[in-house]
Design a protein around this ligand. Structure first.
Ligand code: MLT
Ligand code: MN
Ligand code: ZN
Length: 312
């Protein structure tokens, strides 16, 4: 019997890299080559996902990355082993319909019906543009739990009753295969406010934070911890490397440096512990000896890493 005090909220970072992971399979940028050879002081990272619990054995999975099976193997909390077939994943929340946040759903096909909380926009993309939900109908099946964003309606995942979730709509981009890729809709991307009902402590999780918006001010001001988009250091990072023609902002990611960037934005908020997640393999902050990483540290901003635990 346990009579100890359980944490009111636990966050386990399953994956901290952006799409492609780190190193990315086909990439020979300075970081990817450096992590392979050991010449850059850094650590490998799998694709963006966190698990959150109210201190019990049950976890809410935020996003299902292509690396999900590896992540589950490295996180005992996801596999409590209470029955012949069992999982600690009691519900899944999707913040968008991107490949790096959804492909792992297919890896859960041997289990029970998947309770998936997502907006109608994301459900539509996963039924039409990239029909994972339809494929899963032939296996475990999906129970779509609607997330309301207009206006946001808080929700509870029944097996994790100590936490309350509120989806916050974010201006960003639907995935390339979305029927409305060029016609952004409310609900294409969300951040999620996670609150402990026991303590009132608040976390704002937004790996796709594309730009500052008026309704995000109070979330940044009043949260105890924020986990925000760490994809790119500069707006033209991919252009400079010759691997894309699009800026960070154009694909829905606020870069860290420069005027109006993430560092400047976060300098205006005192309360939260500030953590970046969803870091692209090209981002110089991955090199622990870089000047960019030093600038981040000087600004009081941390970098998420796989296996990071946050107790609140
Ligand atoms: C993004 O968030 O923009 C994605 O990581 C892109 C991708 O998955 O390739
Ligand atoms: Mn992504
Ligand atoms: Zn790379």
């Amino acid at each position: 019997m346990s009579i100890g005090i359980v944490a009111a909220m636990k966050i386990h970072v399953l994956g901290s890299a952006a799409g492609g992971g780190f190193p990315q399979w086909n990439c020979n940028c300075r970081n990817c080559a450096g992590v392979r050879s050991g010449k850059v002081r850094t650590r490998p990272r799998t694709q963006s996902s966190i698990a959150v619990s109210d201190g019990s054995d049950n976890w809410v999975l935020f996003n299902a990355s292509p690396d999900l099976l590896t992540q589950i193997k490295s996180f005992p909390g996801a596999q409590p082993g209470r029955a012949l077939r069992d999982t600690g994943i009691a519900g899944i929340v999707l913040v968008d319909g991107q490949i790096d946040h959804t492909t792992g759903l297919l890896m859960l096909r041997e289990g029970k019906p998947l309770d998936i909380w997502c907006t109608d926009m994301v459900a539509e993309d996963l039924t039409r543009g990239n029909p994972l939900f339809k494929v899963l109908e032939h296996f475990c099946t999906v129970r779509h739990q609607r997330i309301e964003v207009a206006p946001p309606v808080p929700f509870i995942v029944p097996a994790v009753p100590g936490l309350r979730f509120t989806a916050i709509p974010l201006v960003s981009k639907a995935p390339p295969y979305s029927p409305h890729r060029h016609d952004p809709q409310l609900g294409d991307n969300i951040g999620v406010l996670i609150e402990s009902l026991a303590t009132g402590r608040r976390v704002f999780y937004a790996p796709g934070f594309g730009q500052m918006e008026a309704h995000l001010d109070s979330l940044l001001r009043d949260s105890d911890c924020v986990l925000l988009d760490g994809t790119f250091w500069t707006d033209d990072e991919m252009i400079q490397l010759g691997i894309s023609t699009q800026t960070a902002r154009a694909i829905g990611h606020l870069p860290q440096s420069g005027a109006g960037g993430m560092i400047e934005l976060l300098s205006g908020y005192e309360r939260p512990r500030k953590i970046l997640i969803h870091i692209n393999n090209t981002n110089p902050i991955l090199d622990e000896d870089s000047t960019e990483r030093a600038a981040l540290t000087a600004a009081g901003i941390e970098l998420a890493f796989d296996g990071m635990e946050i107790d609140l």
